[in-house]
Design a protein around this ligand. Structure first.
Ligand code: TRP
Length: 471
């Protein structure tokens, strides 16, 4: 049971202690934000949605919708100082609305479980690429050979299943021991190191001969290719990459010291996350064009381009191994954020120990993830619901696999819906005094946030969701 506290708003303290500093909070949120979303998903989704126009819409979504949603999540978290479900219930009552707002936290717990179910499968690919890199198979390989390695690997249900199992095992291990805070150090080292290796790759990409073509693909909008479907993909990607819309950032906000600026911290995370995604795009698309690959390749895009670059550079075996280790680390810190809401909830409401909760939730996620494991091999022909483009020509020509469906329903439906409810709560349900108190007074930044949170973000999300689902 949670202790009863008076409704003294900002004076509440968290049950689990506080971040040691503003920097620790920024590092934790950056660690959850920077992951496969930036390096694997952003280039692959941008490639499938025609590049330029998609990227521009994505950036608009990040700034005009992502940023106010993130600020709303953090301020709600800090005011409630509990797990997202309990926080939404408490603040819902305290602000004179209803305890039913707890269901927003509930959607988030479920979204986290489903996202991790396929996230872990792709993180498993990354893990598997570490020994592959070390063995030297990519050294001097042609693009056909690199693609064949990817297809042989994902075509094998047991290899993909084993990698997924290892990644979930690592995640459960850390969650069970409750040593996430130790990862603060890992993030401190990992993000700069990843940035450094991305810059090395960028150097290679600039010399690939197709840098201009890559830049043009990424930044020249071809508006005629933009559909409501790709606008929804851009919105979903903005939510996914920033880890918002499911209460993860809200959970972290619960441990944020009173005096830290929420706007400043959100801005720092958004900028760091966006730089890494754009950098990934700048590395990958020139390689795609230089090697005659298709930008709309799909989920394998990064695994079929980066090993080519590493294979062609001096010291490539070392760079490649280190790169995949770092990427696995980035995925790991994100995975912890994805399970935390579910684990915290089991511990607080069902009196489980952290270890029991980690094994139960982790086991469930592992099991659900088997659907995504099999999507690339045994069940690759089991297709339903969502439409996808299978040959990279921009036309959605087939139904999607289990993996495609889980990805679509979580990123493009559940996260935006969660974000919509969160901004409506912060902008309309919470009174002006409460939010102004958390955002440091009623200055210009506050007024901009309030307009975005009350009008632009919820209406924007609603318009995109309705149009995309109708079309
Ligand atoms: N942002 C992560 C990435 O880009 C993925 C993610 C989505 C996430 N929602 C999250 C991570 C919630 C932690 C918590 O890879």
């Amino acid at each position: 049971m949670l202790s009863k506290q008076g409704s003294d708003g900002g004076k509440r303290t968290s049950l689990h202690g506080h971040w040691s500093s503003r920097m620790a909070f920024i590092l934790a949120v950056t660690g959850s934000a920077v992951g496969l979303g930036n390096i694997w998903k952003f280039p692959y989704i941008a490639g499938q949605n025609g590049g330029g126009a998609f990227v521009l819409v994505y950036l608009l979504c990040v700034v005009l919708i992502g940023m106010p949603v993130m600020m709303s999540e953090i301020l709600i978290g800090r005011r409630g100082r509990r797990n997202p479900i309990a926080t939404m219930e408490l603040l819902g009552k305290e602000e004179g609305s209803s305890g039913n707002w707890k269901w927003v936290g509930g959607i988030g717990v479920v979204a986290g479980i489903f996202i991790l179910s396929y996230y872990s499968v792709v993180a498993g690919w990354v893990l598997a690429y570490v020994p592959k890199s070390m063995s030297g198979v990519f050294a001097g390989a042609t693009s056909e050979q690199v693609s064949a390695i990817f297809e042989n690997f994902t075509g094998s249900w047991w290899q993909v299943g084993l990698a997924h199992t290892v990644f979930m095992g690592l995640t459960i291990f850390v969650v069970a021991r409750g040593v996430e805070r130790g990862l603060e150090q890992a993030v401190r080292f990992m993000v700069p190191a990843l940035l450094f290796l991305m810059l090395v790759l960028l150097g290679y990409s600039i010399n690939s001969g197709s840098f201009g073509e890559g830049v043009e693909f990424l930044f020249t909008p071809k508006w005629e290719d933009l559909t409501w479907g790709s606008v929804l993909a851009a919105l979903g990607q903005a939510f996914f990459t920033l880890s918002i819309g499911m209460g993860a950032v809200m959970a972290y906000g619960a441990y944020l010291p009173e005096e830290t600026s929420i706007t400043g911290a959100s801005g720092a995370v958004v900028i760091a996350d966006t730089i890494i995604a754009i950098l990934a795009g700048l590395v990958i698309f020139p390689l795609v064009f230089a090697n005659g690959l298709s930008p709309g390749e799909g989920a394998g895009l990064v695994f079929e381009t980066l090993p080519l670059a590493f294979g062609g550079m001096a010291g490539g075996v070392v760079f490649s191994s280190v790169f995949f280790v770092l990427l696995a680390f980035a995925a790991w810190t994100s995975a912890l954020g994805l399970v935390e809401p579910a684990v915290a909830w089991l511990v607080e409401h069902h009196n489980r120990t952290r270890a029991q909760a980690a094994v139960m939730i982790g086991g469930l996620i592992w099991f659900v993830g088997l659907g995504s494991v099999l999507s690339f091999n045994v069940l690759s022909e089991l297709r339903f619901l969502v439409r996808v483009d299978t040959d990279g020509d921009g036309v959605k020509d087939a139904y999607g696999t289990i993996f495609n469906n889980v990805d679509f329903l979580t990123s493009n439906i559940m996260l935006p819906l969660g974000g919509l409810l969160i901004t409506v709560f912060a902008g309309w349900v919470m009174c002006r005094n409460s939010t102004a108190d958390e955002l440091g007074g009623a200055g210009t930044t506050y007024r901009i946030w309030r307009v975005l949170a009350r009008f632009l973000a919820p209406l924007g999300i609603l318009i995109v969701l309705i149009n995309a689902v109708m079309s």
